[in-house]
Structure formats: C-alpha cells, structure tokens
Design a binder for this molecule. Structure first.
Ligand SMILES: Cc1cc2nc3c(=O)[nH]c(=O)nc-3n(C[C@H](O)[C@H](O)[C@H](O)COP(=O)(O)O)c2cc1C
Length: 548
C-alpha cells in the first residue's frame, strides 16, 4: 500500500492537523499490514501559483509550464493508493498553500467539457489519468470548539474536486489544544481514537461509534473557550501581555468544572515558591476567577515550585504522588485536594490514558455495583449479637443471614473481605452451634475480625481502602500516598482494637465482669468510628502540610 501524506499546513511539522493525520496513517498501516509512506510538506516545497495559461491543456498537454516541485507532487499522487490530505481550516476553507496546490492539478484533467454525473454542480472535465483506484482521506483541525458547521466550504470544494462520497473526513475542533502539553492526556486520547479510525478504515470503513466519538469535543464548549482565551497570554480586559505563571494559573482556573460545586465558595492560593509570586482562584457556583491582588482570604494554599506544578499538569508527575513525596505542600482546607479530579475538568472525568483507564474500569465496576463495607460487617454483627444471646439458635440465625446476604446486599459487588468474613463467620457459627459455647466463639470472632483487618495491612489494598476508593478516583487512589497511608493506619487501628477487644473481653469475662465487657465492646467501636471519620480528614491534610 502506497500512502501519500500531504501536509497543507503553513506550520509544516509543527501542525496540529498532521499529528492526527500521522495517527490515522499509523492505524491504517497497522490494519493494512504493509505500508510505504511518503510525505509531502507543502510549506517547504516550491509550488508557484497557477498562471491560468492553459498550456497544460494546449501547448504541452498534461505538462505544466511552471518548472517547480509540482511535478513531484503529481507523480507521487499517481503512485499512491491512499492520499491523506492534512490541513488546518483557514477562513472556513483550506489554506492558500493547499488551494494553490489544488489549482495546479489542472494537467491531470482533459480540457474537454463533460457532463457532471454525480449531481454535484454542472459541468466537468474527465481525468487525463485514471485515479479512480486512489482513496482519499481529509484530516483537519480548526480553532473553534467544534468542527460541526464550519467545514461546509471545504466539503463542497472536495465534492467537486474528488467527487461526492469519494473521500472520508476527520474534522476536529479545538485544534490548538494539540500543542498544549498540559492537555496531552485529553489530546492523546483523541489521537488514539484517530488511530483506531485508521485501523477500521484499513479494514473497510470507520465505524459509526468511532465517527461519533471523533465528533465529540475534546473539552466542553465553555471550558474550551475559557482555556483558549487564557492561552493567548494576553489580558482580555487590558490587552497586556501576561507572565507565564499567571497564564498558567488562568488556564488552571479555566478548567474548573462548576458542576463539582458543593455549596461552598473556595479561594485557592497558588503560591509559586521559586518565583515568589502567588495568585488566588475564586471558585463559585457560577465559575472561577483569578484574583491577582490577594483581596480575598485563601481557604486552601498550595506552596509549590512553579516547575513542579507545571510538570504535574503536563502529566509528567502524579499530583498526589508529588504531594506524598513532599515536593509541594498544602495548607488550609484539604477537601479541595480530595475533590481535585472532580473540580478540574479532564476528558474522561478524560485520556491515554491512565485516568481514562481508571475511569473505564470504574464504570465497568459500577455496572457490577460498588462494594459496600456493610456487606462485610453484617455477618460479624449478626454473629456477635445472636450467638451471645443464644449460641445454638443464634448460630443458626447467623448462618441464615450469611446465606441470605447475596439477597440482602444484592446491589453490591462482593469483594475478598466480604467473602472471607462470610466464611469465617460461618465457621464460627458452626462451632458455636456444635459446642453451644457462646463466649469463646464470640471472643474468637473478635480475634479473627482483628486479624482480618491486620492482615489487610500487609497487602496492596488495605481493607477500608477497598470500600472507600470509589470516592477517591477508584484504582487511581492507590497511587495516592496520602490515601494509602491513611487507610493503612486505619486498618491497623481497627485490627489492633479488635485483637485487644478479644484480650480484654477474655479477662473481663474471667473476672465475671460480663456487663462491663458488653458496655465497653459496644462503646469502643462507636468511639473508633468517630475517630475514623476525623482521622481520614485530618491525617491527609496533616501530611500535606509537609509534616510527614
Ligand atoms: C489565518 C487563519 C485562519 C483561520 N481560520 C479559521 C476558521 O475559519 N475557523 C476555525 O475554526 N479556525 C480557524 N483558524 C484556526 C486553525 O484552523 C487552527 O489553529 C488549526 O488547529 C491549525 O492547524 P494546523 O496546526 O494544522 O495548521 C484559522 C487560523 C489561521 C492562522
């Protein structure tokens, strides 16, 4: 397969559109197997404007009188099986550079008048050389938020030039995002999709699903337009040139996803420690605003070298990981950090992307219903209550509850800790039923329950993390050292508490202080629950202040 890539962007190799075109060709060649790719970079070629002399029709049929690189273009076109036309949208059409090259296609046509048979206008010229076997794909980016409705002139021209329905198109809005490193997650995701389109095209045609996804905007309209406005580095109000850190802060503010507003106005202070500058971003239900005069009281302050934060936003570093390593610190209200992924838009909240994969996994798991810690707790609570009242009957009741658990908690996915709990409680219940020994078995239950928690401290996923990770970006939470440390500490605390419960219960019962044991054993988990609720907020914020 001979593939000819025609780069019609005046930006040459720096073109946004060419990145899409190359991804398409990569996919196409993967799908087609064997490919020979040639690229024509129009801005670096010498192609003069058509003089309109018709010498190629009259004096030297099929040969243009201008001696420049156009001869090479025509030869390569004739050699190609697939031509990929890559170009930006300029004033709702192709750039002059490409139009110039298209005008110079005249030697490829015969001069004689012919009927137009495809209903696309009136009048035609037959081809001098049969190019009907050549396939064409147009790949283009434009600057507005969507390509929809902006390519009518382009398609009209190519309808006449290549023939209606004789070419395939990939038109993408928000083209300038492809040069923004900070948004590479979003743009890489799109490029992967374009590559997929290439594979599908090689196997017949681009699927409806891929076509639909290719038309989805990279960023929602309002977020894109705010980000684009901020990217020019010029104040919208005064026209003044802005500093790099302020442009960056404005772009960050532009990515604010106001649907994440939780009823609380927030003021985030970005304190760039290496530059000695700081800016505030006000987040309200109506949107975000960058404040440069520090007129507001900051609710959260991020102290960071500018480079560190830029690297995080370029996706070169995971923010939570950098925080865990003390590369930056956070003071004040930490809830913003915990909600970061909801607060700032990315395609896939979106891209290559790790976060996209997490999101996909998350939604797949959502279909399977997220697990609930209640599933794990029900067998234990039922066991402790029922068996301490009456070991034999209580054990049977507990076994019944374990058997019915899939019905009771049918809305939730069962994880390893749920299954282990059911198995352990079932074993203990059988033992209680056979021996009629309520005290020993309930106490053994405390010990096993404690050991279950403690054992989770030596595996990748501490017990509590399995259930709460869905509020922290699902599996992405495992890359968050603050989340992991918090959950390991909590799992260890709960584990120790129940091992100790087994110990003191044994002593208290021995001393015939059963009532005291009952009171303590009911009060302590409640107190521990209150501690957990406080600790899971306090500890990450404490670590984020750089106090680890
Ligand atoms: C002279 C000029 C005219 C443009 N006209 C349009 C236009 O009509 N509509 C649009 O959406 N974008 C327009 N743009 C934006 C480009 O299409 C957009 O930046 C594109 O991504 C550039 O692609 P490239 O990097 O492949 O050259 C224009 C840009 C320039 C420089």
């Amino acid at each position: 397969m001979n593939v000819l890539l025609i780069n019609g962007s005046p930006k040459g190799h720096g073109s946004n559109s060419i990145r899409l075109a190359k991804s398409f060709i990569e996919g196409f060649c993967e799908g087609a197997g064997n490919c020979n790719i040639e690229e024509l970079n129009l801005p670096s070629m010498k192609i003069g404007a058509c003089r309109g002399c018709f010498a190629c029709w009259r004096a030297t049929p099929g040969v243009c009188c201008i001696k420049d690189d156009m001869q090479t273009v025509l030869e390569k076109e004739q050699n190609a099986d697939l031509i990929v036309w890559s170009f930006p949208l300029y004033y709702f059409n192709v750039p002059g550079l490409l139009k110039n090259m298209i005008d110079r296609q005249l030697p490829m046509s015969l001069p004689f008048m012919a009927e137009r048979t495809d209903g696309c206008g009136n009048g035609s010229h037959e081809a001098r050389i049969d190019m009907s076997r050549v396939k064409h794909v147009l790949v283009s980016t434009c600057g507005f938020w969507t390509a929809e409705g902006n390519y009518d002139s382009v398609t009209r021209m190519f309808d006449h030039f290549l023939g209606k329905d004789n070419y395939t198109t990939i038109f993408c809005g928000q083209g300038e995002l492809f040069r923004v490193k900070e948004l590479s997650k979003q743009t890489d995701e799109y490029l992967n999709l374009v590559k997929k389109a290439g594979i599908e095209y090689a196997n017949g045609s681009i699927s409806d699903d891929t076509e639909r996804k290719l038309k989805e905007p990279l960023l929602p309209k309002d977020i894109f337009e705010r980000t684009a406005d901020a990217s020019w580095g010029v104040s919208k109000e005064s026209g003044e040139k802005l500093s790099e850190d302020l442009i960056f802060t404005k772009q960050m503010a532009a990515l604010y996803n106001k649907s994440a507003y939780d009823g609380k106005d927030r003021v985030l202070e970005m304190n760039y420690t290496d530059l000695g500058t700081s800016y505030q971003i006000l987040f309200t239900k109506d949107g975000s605003k960058v404040i440069t005069d520090h007129s507001l009281a900051s609710t959260t302050i991020i102290n960071t070298p500018f480079e560190v934060w830029s690297a995080i936003s370029r996706g070169e570093m995971e923010g939570s990981e950098a925080l865990g390593k003390g590369l930056y610190s956070v003071n004040g209200d930490f809830s913003l950090m915990l909600k970061w992924n909801d607060f700032f838009y990315s395609r896939g909240n979106g891209a290559d992307s790790e976060s996209k994969t997490d999101k996909n996994n998350e939604s797949k798991k959502k279909d399977l219903k997220n697990p609930s810690m209640t599933t794990m707790l029900i067998p234990w609570i039922a066991f402790w209550i029922a068996v301490s009242i009456q070991p034999k009957i209580g054990a049977l009741i507990t076994l019944g509850i374990c058997a019915l658990l899939p019905l009771i908690m049918g809305k939730h996915r069962f994880v390893i800790w749920d299954k282990l709990s059911i198995a352990l409680v079932a074993l203990l219940s059988v033992f209680a039923n056979l021996t009629n020994k309520g005290d020993i078995t309930t106490n053994a239950g405390y010990l096993l329950f404690g050991l279950l928690w403690l054992s989770s401290c030596v595996v990748k996923e501490p017990l509590c993390a399995t259930y709460v990770k869905y509020s922290y970006g699902s599996d992405a939470a495992f890359r968050n050292p603050l989340f992991m440390k918090t959950n390991y500490v909590l799992a260890a605390c709960w584990g120790m508490l129940y091992v100790l419960t087994a110990v003191w219960t044994w002593f208290l019962r021995k001393a015939e202080l059963d009532l005291l044991a009952l009171i303590i054993n009911n009060a302590v988990p409640v107190l521990m629950g209150i501690f957990t609720a406080w600790f899971q907020k306090w500890y990450p914020a404490h670590l984020a202040k750089g106090k680890n």
